[in-house]
Design a protein. Structure first.
Length: 266
């Protein structure tokens, strides 16, 4: 678990088991203590931990004061609004906070664009949920716990659904495709860029003839894109019956020369 997430978890635990000024002091001490621990035993400086502890402690105190005025649950609303602000502002600055946290999670790998989108979407989830709870607290003085949880789950599922749709659309747009050209020729395209054309007979072993590669395009890029497309189509091998280009490129790309042409198992 990353240092920042430990401070947040400590805030939640302190609010549940301690409460009041004791909880705020505990969170502040946790941020400072973790900063000193990393500095002494690992030789790394994370001054943001002190700031995070102070901000969360302040949120806890503010929530306690609002609860004393009859606004029960205000502390959690403030926490959601703080998280929303961190996610949205850091993404707007080009340094998504969520991306820096996910790098520390073992096995997690995602592109910068995706983590940026996730930061925005989750920031909006926390913001909308926090505002909704704030309105209910002002109107009713408190919020049913199960109602708040179910509302957040619904918003979260909608966010995940939105991200999955965008990912699928992006995958379709970035996938290579073959479009019909003049006569029997097919044009290989990737992200609307024409990489070349050929005559192709699709099958378990796809036969390719009369290849023309776009000018100034590296041959290996053409081959890799074509192979990627054929794999999507379920082809198991590809054969160039005639190859007018540099044969070394084919050999380096894993093709073997046979009497029938240049073959490669996909």
């Amino acid at each position: 678990m990353s240092p920042t997430l430990i401070v947040i978890a400590g805030y939640l635990a302190a609010d549940i088991f301690l409460g009041g000024y004791t909880a705020a002091l505990a969170v502040l001490a946790l941020g400072l203590g973790e900063f000193l621990f990393l500095l002494v035993f690992r030789g790394t400086k994370h001054p943001a931990l002190i700031l995070e502890g102070a901000v969360l402690a302040s949120a806890g105190l503010a929530g306690e004061m609002l609860a004393a005025l009859g606004y029960s649950g205000a502390g959690y609303v403030l926490l959601e609004l703080i998280l929303a602000g961190v996610l949205l502002i850091s993404t707007a600055r080009g340094k998504p906070w969520l991306a820096s946290q996910m790098k520390r999670v073992a096995g997690f790998s995602a592109g910068r664009e995706f983590t940026g989108e996730m930061s925005i979407v989750m920031g909006l989830v926390f913001l909308s949920h926090g505002i909704l709870l704030a309105i209910l607290i002002v109107l009713k003085g408190s919020v049913p716990v199960m109602g708040a949880i179910l509302t957040f789950v619904v918003l979260y599922l909608l966010a995940v659904f939105h991200l999955r749709i965008k990912q699928r659309r992006r995958s379709r747009e970035s996938a290579p495709r073959l479009v019909k050209g003049e006569e029997d020729r097919l044009i290989l395209e990737l992200s609307e860029e024409k990489l070349g054309s050929m005559v192709l007979k699709l099958g378990t072993v796809t036969i390719v003839t009369d290849v023309e590669i776009a000018e100034n395009l590296p041959v290996h890029k053409f081959l890799e894109t074509l192979e990627r497309y054929l794999k999507y189509q379920g082809c198991r091998a590809v054969r160039f019956t005639v190859w007018d280009g540099d044969e070394i490129t084919l050999e380096m790309s894993g093709y073997r020369k046979t009497p029938a042409g240049w073959n490669k198992i996909l």
